[in-house]
Design a protein around this ligand. Structure first.
Ligand code: FES
Length: 104
């Protein structure tokens, strides 16, 4: 199943692109929400909670909760339900709160 429309973001499905989920090459369509591409690939667990390490996936799908926080191209806490997919992205399951990189 693939998400075709979104209630708050207007996305146009672009060309088929490859990206990486936890180091594994997968496919999606440029411009669709990352979570939608993962869902279409059968990937339902997007992160694990800080306190009890419980799995979380799509919930609100409109950027209002924190269920879909993932690490994208090294940046933690990205809400992948409203983040557009691009060729070559590296998307990782996040555990806990995620750590920000120190840019100093
Ligand atoms: S699923 Fe709620 S913010 Fe993404």
């Amino acid at each position: 199943m693939r998400v075709e429309e979104h209630p708050i973001i207007n996305f146009t499905r672009g060309k088929k692109v490859n990206f990486f989920f936890n180091g594994r090459e997968v496919e999606g369509y440029e411009g669709e929400p990352i979570a939608a591409a993962l869902h279409a690939e059968g990937i339902k667990v997007l992160r694990h909670t800080h306190n009890k390490n419980r799995p979380r996936g799509f919930y609100c799908a409109i950027g209002n909760c924190s269920s879909c926080l993932m690490k994208v191209d090294g940046i933690p806490n990205v809400r992948v339900c409203v983040e557009a997919l691009r060729e070559g992205m590296h998307v990782q399951t996040q555990s806990g709160r995620g750590e920000l990189r120190d840019n100093n």
